[in-house]
Write a protein that binds this ligand. Structure first.
Ligand code: XBP
Ligand code: MG
Length: 228
């Protein structure tokens, strides 16, 4: 096994439980602001998480559940506007300290930095959201600790496609064998494995029943006693 040179973190569900009480209410606030009577409750949102990417999730929901809205000429523009509004709500919520890191995340990041292990991020969420979460939970300098941040639309094909992990590996200029991906979902695991990465999975309430074959699975990062 190659020596560990870098950790590549997913964000949503991995660094923090952002989905149920962060992204979900932000989507709902955006729908209300744009005059739509759509509401994503916790259970429905859990199903919608199968579609990665906020714009993709809104589009999917419109096409399946609101065909009248999806048929509008301005539907593509509406999806973009809804998503921009949603991002503003999400960033505000995060800035206000509404989300905490999962157990063990801050310690693992600090240990990796001490050990000279490089840090990167590979996420489907928008870059603004990543910056806001890192600043709110780890401080203003934290974004700079991550040498490469692959986020949002930087690659067209989102997880479970491996593209975002390949993009990050390329910029780190490291082979997949020297890195470890840290994920919370089956979509994330598939993306990491398809890029040739080893993957540590810390499931959460939404992903607990997913298939994590091929992963090293633990409850949360506080279970890790030290870096190799
Ligand atoms: C995260 C996502 C994102 C977030 C919302 O998946 O799918 O879409 O739910 O963020 P992963 P945006 O953890 O696998 O990266 O609305 O900014 O897309
Ligand atoms: Mg995730």
């Amino acid at each position: 096994m190659s020596a560990l040179k870098a950790l590549i973190f997913d964000v949503d569900g991995t660094l923090a439980d952002t989905e149920r009480d962060g992204h979900r209410p932000a989507f709902n606030a955006a729908f209300a602001e744009h005059g739509l009577d759509w509401h994503w409750d916790e259970a429905l949102y859990g199903k919608l998480l199968a579609i990665t990417g906020g714009k993709e999730r809104i589009r999917h929901f419109g096409e399946r559940h609101a065909p009248g809205v999806a048929a509008r000429d301005d539907f593509a523009a509406l999806v973009k506007q809804l998503h921009a509004t949603k991002t503003a709500h999400y960033v505000r919520l995060v800035d206000q300290g509404g989300l905490a890191l999962r157990p063990g995340v801050a310690r693992l990041i600090a240990e990796a930095r001490r050990a000279g292990i490089r840090l990167a991020i590979a996420t489907t969420t928008s870059p603004e959201n990543v910056g806001a979460l890192l600043r709110a939970t780890l401080g203003d300098a934290a974004e700079g600790w991550f040498e490469v941040i692959g986020a949002g639309d930087i690659v067209p094909a989102k997880k479970p496609a491996p593209d975002i992990y390949r993009w990050v590996l390329d910029r780190l200029a490291l082979p997949a064998e020297s890195c470890l991906a840290i994920e919370d979902s089956a979509n994330g695991l598939r993306a990491a494995r398809a890029a040739g990465l080893r993957c540590l999975v810390t499931p959460n309430d939404y992903t607990a029943d997913e298939d994590f074959s091929g992963a090293w699975k633990i409850s949360n990062l506080a279970e890790i006693s030290g870096l190799p």
